[in-house]
Design a protein around this ligand. Structure first.
Ligand code: PGA
Length: 260
C-alpha cells in the first residue's frame, strides 16, 4: 500500500483527479468505480473543472457504483444512483448509458446483486475504484466482519453507519437498513484501489486499516492484500498513524515518473 499524506481535502481531490486524468488519457474508456458520501466530493469537483477547462476529456469514460441502498423509491435524491448521476455523471458531461449500478429496487435483490457482480466482470473489470472508509472501518457497505472474499450482495447496515448517514435524510428512521454492496472480493479485483479519508473522525479507522493486522473486523484492512492500493489522507485523518513520517519520506522520494 502507498500512503499519501496531503495537507487538506482539496489537495487530496486535486491529486486523485490528476491520477484519474492520467488514467483516462492512457485508456479513454476506463471503467471508474466511484464512491458516495462527503469525502470524494472534492475529487468530483476537480474532475468537472478539468472537463470544463479542457484539461480532461472524459467523454468515453464509464462510471460504476460501489453500493446502493435497498428499497428507496426510484429517483429518490439520496439513492446512490441519483447521487452518482448528480455528482459525477452529469458534471462530466456523460449520460446514463455510460453508467453501471445495481438495482436496489429489484423484486429479487439477491439476484440483482449477483447480476451486478457479473456485469462488472463483463464490462472488463474496474480500472480504478475510489473508496471512502467508514468510522467503523467499512469499505463500500462491507461492515465489520464481512468476509474478505465476499462478492456483491445484500448487507445490513450497522447502527453506527445509519447514524453517520442520517445527515443525508430528515431523520435516522429514513435511512434504509439494507444495501447492495460490491463485496470485498469484488473490490479487490479492481486494478487500482484509491481510498480517501479526511478528518479526525476517520483517524482511528485509517490507523487500524493501514497499520493493524489484516482482519475481517476492519474491512478496509483488505487493501493490504491488493498489489496497487493507494491510501490518501489529510493531516487530520493521518493523525493516528505511527509511521506517518516514514510515509511522508517515502512519498517525497518517489520518482516523478511514478504515477499515484
Ligand atoms: P463519508 O462516507 O465520505 O461520507 O464519510 C465514507 C463511507 O462511509 O465509506
Amino acid at each position: 500500500m502507498e500512503i499519501v499524506i496531503v495537507p487538506d481535502a482539496s489537495a487530496a481531490g486535486e491529486l486523485i483527479a490528476a491520477a484519474i486524468t492520467d488514467l483516462l488519457t492512457d485508456k479513454p474508456d476506463a471503467l471508474l468505480g466511484v464512491a458516495t458520501g462527503s469525502t470524494p466530493l472534492p475529487i468530483y469537483r476537480s474532475l468537472a473543472e478539468r472537463v470544463r477547462d479542457g484539461r480532461l476529456d472524459a467523454s468515453r469514460a464509464r462510471i460504476c457504483q460501489l453500493d446502493e441502498y435497498v428499497g428507496l423509491p426510484a429517483g429518490h435524491p439520496e439513492s446512490y444512483r441519483s447521487v452518482v448521476l448528480r455528482e459525477v455523471v452529469e458534471p462530466l458531461g456523460l449520460t446514463e448509458d455510460s453508467f453501471l449500478g445495481p438495482d436496489g429496487n429489484a423484486a429479487d435483490v439477491a439476484a440483482a446483486a449477483t447480476a451486478y457482480d457479473r456485469a462488472l466482470a463483463e464490462a472488463g473489470g474496474v480500472d480504478l475504484q475510489l473508496l471512502g472508509i467508514g468510522t467503523d472501518g467499512h469499505i463500500g457497505f462491507n461492515e465489520p466482519c464481512s468476509s474478505l472474499a465476499s462478492r456483491t450482495r445484500i448487507k445490513t447496515l450497522t447502527r453506527q453507519t445509519r447514524v453517520d448517514n442520517a445527515r443525508f435524510f430528515d431523520s435516522i428512521d429514513q435511512v434504509p437498513h439494507h444495501v447492495i454492496t460490491q463485496g470485498i472480493g469484488t473490490i479487490l479485483e479492481a486494478r487500482h484501489l484509491v481510498l480517501l479519508a479526511t478528518g479526525e473522525a476517520k483517524a482511528e479507522a485509517v490507523a487500524l486499516a493501514v497499520e493493524g493486522p489484516l482482519a475481517a473486523a476492519v474491512p478496509a484492512s483488505a487493501l493490504q492484500l491488493h498489489p496497487h492500493a493507494t491510501v490518501v489522507v489529510d493531516e487530520a485523518a493521518a493523525s493516528r498513524l505511527k509511521l506517518a513520517d516514514y510515509f511522508r519520506d517515502t512519498y517525497a522520494a518517489k520518482p516523478a515518473w511514478q504515477k499515484l
